[in-house]
Design a protein around this ligand. Structure first.
Ligand SMILES: C[S@@+](CC[C@H](N)C(=O)[O-])C[C@H]1O[C@@H](n2cnc3c(N)ncnc32)[C@H](O)[C@@H]1O
Length: 319
C-alpha cells in the first residue's frame, strides 16, 4: 500500500529533555515520546529489554515496529544491533507518513543518527517504504495497523523475536490496544519472542494475558539498582509500579530489565480498569470502542478502579 501524501499541520515539533527530537499530535492530543527524552525512552523501554546480547553475530532478529512514527525506536535498535553483528528482518506498521517526513526534514533529528545506520534506515523507508543494507532488510506496511496486521501475520506469524508496541495511549488510541489487535500481535511472536511497550495500563495487560502471554513489568529506576547514571526509567510508587510491560509466550519471570507484576498490579488487572477494549471487526472508531467499554465496565461485577486505588493509597487517575 502506498502512503497518503504527508500533511503535517496536526503535528508540532518539540525537543525532549535529553535533547532528542520528537513531535506532538493535535489529532491524538498526545506527545510521541516521553518528555524526559525520545531517545532515552527508545533505549530504556525497547532497546535494553530486547536483550540483543541473546543473539550471536550473524544471527537474524525478526522484529515489528508497531507505530513507527519518526522511527526513533527502530533507528535506536538498529544502532545497538549493528555493532553486535546482528542482522535485522524488520517490519513496520504506520498509518501516517508525516511524522517520518517531518523528522527527516530537521537537521537536528538527522544528526541523532549514524549516516550508514539509523539515518540510512529512515531515509530508505521514507523514499521507498523498504530498507536493504548489510545490516538487514525491511519493509513498511503503510496503512491502518489493524488491517495490515493480517498481511503481516501471513508472512511472520510465530516468527518474531521482538514486537515494539508504541501506539498512543489507550485513552486516545484504543483501537491499537483492543483485545483483538493485541491477540493478533501475540500471534506474531516466536516461542521465545517478546512484546515490549511503555504502557502499564490494566486493560491491555489483561488482554495480553488472555492471548496466552506471560507478563512482567519493566523496572523503573527505583527498582533497578543497575540502571546507569542518567537513566530515567519512569515513575515508581514505592517500587510497586512500573515503566511498561513485557510479554511473551515463554518469558523468564525476572531479569535485569523486568520483574513479576506486583500484588497491586495484579489486582489492577482484576478491577474494572482491566476491562478490555473490544474491536471485533477491526474497524471501529475510537469513540465507539471507548463507549462500549464504559458500558461493559458498568455491567461488570469487578471492583471499581477507584476502590482499588483507595485500597492501595494511590492518587486518582489510573490510565
Ligand atoms: C506514539 S507515536 C509512535 C512513535 C514512534 N514509535 C517513534 O519512535 O517515533 C504513535 C504513532 O501511531 C500512529 N498511528 C495512529 N493510529 C494508527 C493506526 N490505526 N495504525 C497505524 N499507525 C497508527 C501515528 O501516526 C503515530 O505515528
Amino acid at each position: 500500500m502506498t502512503p497518503k501524501a504527508p500533511t503535517t499541520s496536526h503535528l508540532s515539533p518539540r525537543i525532549t529533555d535529553d535533547g532528542s527530537f520528537s513531535l506532538h499530535s493535535a489529532e491524538f492530543a498526545e506527545g510521541f515520546h516521553s518528555r524526559r527524552g525520545a531517545l532515552l525512552e527508545a533505549r530504556c523501554t525497547y532497546v535494553r529489554p530486547a536483550q540483543l546480547e541473546r543473539f550471536g553475530a550473524g544471527e537474524e532478529l525478526t522484529l515489528v515496529d508497531v507505530c513507527v512514527g519518526l522511527g526513533t525506536n527502530s533507528a535506536a535498535l538498529l544502532e545497538a544491533a549493528a555493532p553486535l553483528g546482528i542482522r535485522l528482518r524488520w517490519f513496520g506498521l504506520e498509518v501516517d507518513p508525516a511524522p517520518l517526513a517531518l523528522a527527516l526534514a530537521q537537521p537536528c533529528f538527522r544528526r541523532q543518527w549514524q549516516p550508514a545506520l539509523g539515518l540510512d534506515l529512515l531515509q530508505q523507508l521514507q523514499n521507498s517504504g523498504r530498507w536493504l543494507s548489510s545490516h538487514g532488510r525491511g519493509e513498511m506496511l503503510w496503512g491502518d495497523a489493524r488491517g495490515q496486521i493480517e498481511t503481516l501475520l501471513k508472512q511472520a506469524a510465530g516468527r518474531c523475536d521482538l514486537v515494539m508496541l508504541d501506539a498512543f495511549s489507550p485513552r486516545h488510541c484504543p483501537q491499537l490496544w483492543s483485545q483483538e489487535f493485541l491477540a493478533a500481535l501475540s500471534g506474531l511472536l516466536a516461542p521465545r519472542g517478546r512484546l515490549l511497550t511503555y504502557c502499564s495500563a490494566a486493560a491491555p495487560r489483561r488482554s495480553l494475558a488472555a492471548a496466552g502471554l506471560q507478563l512482567a513489568a519493566l523496572r523503573s529506576k527505583a527498582t533497578n539498582p543497575e540502571a546507569e547514571a542518567g537513566d530515567d526509567l519512569g515513575d515508581d510508587l514505592n517500587g510497586a509500579w512500573s515503566a511498561g510491560t513485557v510479554a511473551g509466550p515463554q518469558l523468564e519471570p525476572t531479569s535485569r530489565w523486568w520483574r513479576p507484576l506486583s500484588a497491586m498490579e495484579r489486582e489492577h488487572l482484576l478491577s474494572r480498569a482491566g476491562e478490555s477494549y473490544r474491536d471485533p471487526a477491526g474497524r471501529a472508531e475510537a469513540s465507539s470502542i471507548l463507549a462500549d467499554r464504559l458500558r461493559a465496565q458498568a455491567l461488570s461485577g469487578a471492583e471499581p478502579a477507584s476502590a482499588w486505588r483507595r485500597r492501595w493509597g494511590l492518587p486518582g487517575g489510573a490510565r
